[in-house]
Design a protein around this ligand. Sequence first.
Ligand code: KG4
Ligand code: ZN
Length: 342
Amino acid sequence: MLVLGIESSCDETAISIVKNGKYILSNVLYSQIALHKPFGGVYPEIASRSHLEVILDMISKALEEASVGLDAIDLIAVSSSPGLMGSLLVGVNTAKTLAYSLNIPFVGINHIEAHLYAAIMSANRPIFPALGLVISGGHTSLFKIEGNECFTPIGSTIDDAVGEAFDKVARLLGLPYPGGPEIEKLAQKGDPKKEIFKIPKVKNRPFSFSFSGLKTQVLYRVKGQNCKEEKELSFEEKANIAAGFQETALQYLVDESLKALDHFSYDSLYIGGGVSHNQRLRRLFQEKAKDGINLFWPGPGLSLDNAAMVAGLGFHVFQKGQKSDNFNLIPTPTNKCLSFSL
Ligand code: KG4
Ligand code: ZN
């Protein structure tokens, strides 16, 4: 079964063609980073307009790279929640139009679950049951995973997402958007032991995360307790703060995930979302995980937003339900399934 995946939930217009939920024939992407950089974050109106301008060209490019025509596509899968409403609408309406004109089914996919599926589709032999950790710009959540398309949320951040914390700390240090990769680069030049931050804690809410307190610790370190200090930090001071912040945030993610695995007596963890691209995180997990723990990471090109994960998960969602979504499908900007923790 050939699935055409569409991802337009935020600032990437991505199209992919995937065979049987696993074999990626093409995975193309137009990144809007340059458009949003002057604003220090994603500007929603610019994002949706840009999706509209490039989405048809990206579909042509994905078909060309996969050497298939539209007539070979059996199913359309599209990110329909969560994300920016205007951005989601472009992808969902494109999916509906293609499905209608080609007379094929389409399915709306949860973008966060797709991030976990990115690690599942990259595994030689996936293992279930397992836990999943999604670490992106908008979400930091733990899931139970009982099959390819069977995700149950067990906890989430009660405030900022970890990627959001990286982006905000980067801004405080004068680094450009998106901040995650910039912090990782700067941290390599710093010493985390020179700037120690307290590891966050969420009382009475197991499997939850919190990053706003850590972000505030960095704010005080940079601007003083009254947030009014105007002192210019040296490059070395900035690098040490980046390293200290990164180390604290990543240790926290690793420790909480391993505790959760222990709690459920599972030995497998899938990790997905933009922050999973961080190489220090990968090393920390490998160092801290006991022998026998299986860590599954997204393959190349599958950590950050992409459409292969959407097409791949779409295959399983359709196999399970055996029916197309309704043309009344409306994208949902918030993540309904995680609303308990918002
Ligand atoms: O999954 P993603 O592409 O989009 C969302 O669904 O949010 O994640 C984007 C987030 C941004 O916050 C970005 O700063 C962060 O992932 N990120 C990183 C790294 N690369 C991207 N954070 C830490 N280290 C990285 N290397
Ligand atoms: Zn994402």
